[in-house]
Design a protein around this ligand. Structure first.
Ligand SMILES: Cc1cc2nc3c(=O)[nH]c(=O)nc-3n(C[C@H](O)[C@H](O)[C@H](O)COP(=O)(O)O)c2cc1C
Length: 226
């Protein structure tokens, strides 16, 4: 199974990637995988210039000559695509959004309406691809925090599996290890589940999204600088 991880954190010690790596540990312990991790911040991916040259050419490539075409090749070949990123202003970091915008060479200009939703026709076969979103966030738990990105990913990736984790700055606090270790273990188990079913049950997602500490205590810690 070919797994492509698009790491949208700009940090070398990404809170979110700690979770994603645990997930990958579990996944690769259960099934043979070829894992490619793309640190998007290190790539030269310019914003989409809106020229629709990709649709005119219909070759699945962007007309801009930077690193995106290599990402598109890896994207086309992958069986599983994991979008791993921190929540930035209720969305994804802009460098990762540029990658997302520039996946449009993989669809055609033609569009159709199915069940009240309009979609472009695909240029490549998306039917067997699975997408998983793992998103970390600095706020404590509140649904509104993830509302925008949840909808965006749902529409953009065609109902992917999605895991939205609050309080992820704790992942890189050594003193929080009693709280973070159980979550990492749950991500590892989730990776094993995914190896077998290529999806995550709602119970598993709920377990992964459960805050590591109560909101009040988290806010108190943040505000006292501990
Ligand atoms: C520019 C910026 C915007 C952010 N916006 C949000 C936000 O809207 N909601 C939230 O909960 N956290 C927000 N955060 C916090 C990050 O999501 C959080 O620190 C996360 O753990 C970073 O993950 P990483 O280490 O994988 O990059 C923001 C951080 C930055 C730098």
């Amino acid at each position: 199974m070919k797994v492509l991880v698009l790491n949208g954190s700009p940090k070398t010690k990404s809170d979110t990637m700690r979770l994603t790596r645990s997930f990958l540990d579990g996944l690769t312990s259960e099934t043979a995988c070829e894992v490619t991790i793309v640190d998007v911040i290190k790539k030269n991916v310019k914003p989409c210039i809106g020229c629709f040259g990709c649709w005119k050419n219909g070759d699945g490539k962007c007309v801009q000559k930077d690193d995106q075409n290599d990402i598109l090749s890896a994207y086309s070949e992958a069986d599983v695509i994991i979008w791993s990123f921190p929540l930035y202003c209720y969305s994804m970091p802009s460098h990762l959004k540029a990658v997302m915008d520039r996946t449009i060479p993989l669809v055609k200009m033609s569009m159709k309406e199915i069940d009240g939703r309009v979609q472009h026709d695909a240029l490549i076969d998306f039917s067997k691809k699975r997408t998983l979103v793992i998103c970390g966030a600095g706020f404590p738990n509140w649904e509104g925090n993830f509302e925008g990105i949840r909808k965006q990913c749902q529409l953009s990736f065609g109902d992917p599996d999605m895991v939205f984790v609050p309080e992820t700055p704790l992942m890189n606090v050594p003193a929080a290890e009693p709280l973070t270790a159980p979550l990492l273990a749950r991500f590892r188990e989730a990776g094993k589940e995914y190896a077998h079913s290529r999806s995550l049950s709602s119970e598993t997602i709920q377990a992964l999204e459960t805050p590591m500490m109560p909101n009040e205590a988290y806010l108190q810690n943040i505000n006292s600088g501990t």
